[in-house]
Design a binder for this molecule. Structure first.
Ligand code: SF4
Length: 327
């Protein structure tokens, strides 16, 4: 029998309509998470990282549509995609069993309500505590994310906090429903490097303490290098390589992963030495190439790459990459 995971996305596919034509934003994306595990989904903007997680949580809106795939949570056999996006089951999953934090907290926090009230309401909705107990828990959550004077700041409005503090409030809110999975979608991108590291360290500590699984969605491979245990590299709507973080850095197999690794800022960079960026642009998803999606930018591309799409090659149980060089 196949091993059951805490959260599993299988062969998910999402399409968008533009000018009367449908195009696939993601295709055949599969990933899984175990309790307390931290995974990273990394790729350039438009690679499908966020669409993957939003599709799994049924947050895709018209003109987009999840057109295939399966999502399983907490080891249940029922495919979550079979429930309607407004069903009680999906609402319980979204913001409850699976919480999300985004890049800009102000899009998720209501500016006219105090942060304490918003956390408290989330707790009442998902954990069904009394108002008083929910308030106590909200203050505990604010303390957990190191908000000083949490009792007093319970009554503050979002705009009375700095960017970093607001992101902490979002984490407190996301963790207040005792989720099994926390999705951090470019959650620290807008912050300075030091604050980014502090927030991600905090997420890691909380995740390990509470056995919550975490998905870090980012365009920054340097970030996942420090915090993720397993990494999925996405390109043009698909996963081109996945493996344990350590192995990815020591034995990358896909030319795109190798190029991303070369583009990570290194402290060893000598004066005058330039960071290597990946030349070219990802292909159009509206009119996708026939062969390997990376062919236009790949230094190893052959005629075959331009005409045929590679399949995955498995190197170990957890390491696979989609490239003809690996055959
Ligand atoms: Fe490069 Fe060809 Fe491999 Fe694609 S299949 S990554 S073009 S070598």
């Amino acid at each position: 029998m196949a091993e059951k995971h805490l959260y599993e996305i299988k062969h998910i596919e999402t399409s968008f309509r533009t000018d009367g034509k449908m195009f696939k934003a993601i295709e055949d994306v599969s990933l899984y998470l175990n309790p307390g595990e931290i995974i990273g989904i990394v790729g350039e903007s438009g690679s499908g990282k966020s669409v993957t997680m939003m599709s799994a949580l049924q947050l895709i809106q018209e003109p987009g549509k999840v057109t295939g795939g399966e999502v399983y949570l907490d080891g249940n056999d029922k495919n979550m995609l079979e429930y309607g996006s407004n069903s009680a089951e999906v609402r319980k999953m979204r913001g409850g069993r699976v919480s999300m934090i985004f890049q800009e907290p102000m899009t998720s926090l209501n500016p006219v309500l105090t942060v304490g009230f918003q956390i408290q309401e989330n707790i009442i909705e998902h954990l069904h505590l009394s108002k008083e107990d929910a308030k106590k828990r909200a203050i505990e959550m604010m303390k957990m994310v190191n908000i000083p004077d949490a009792e007093e700041r319970f009554a503050y409005y979002p705009q009375q906090f700095s960017g970093g503090m607001r992101q902490r409030i979002m984490i407190a809110m996301a963790m207040s429903s005792e989720p099994s999975v926390l999705v951090a979608d470019e959650a620290t991108t807008a912050l300075d490097v030091t604050t980014q590291a502090q927030i991600l360290e905090m997420i890691r500590d909380i995740a390990k303490k509470t056995n919550t699984a975490v998905v870090i969605v980012t365009h920054n491979l340097g970030i996942v290098a420090r915090f993720a245990e397993r990494i999925y590299v996405m390109y043009a709507g698909g996963i081109v390589e996945t493996t344990d973080a350590e192995r990815l850095f020591e034995n990358p197999e896909h030319p795109y992963t190798k190029a991303l690794l070369k583009a990570i800022p290194s402290l060893d960079l000598k004066e005058g030495e330039r960071l290597q960026s990946i030349p070219g642009l990802p292909p159009s998803l509206i009119d996708p190439p026939k062969g390997c999606p990376f062919a236009e930018r790949c230094e190893y591309a052959t005629e075959r790459c331009k005409n045929e799409k590679p399949e995955y090659t498995e190197f170990t149980e957890t390491h696979r990459a989609m490239c003809f060089l690996n055959e």
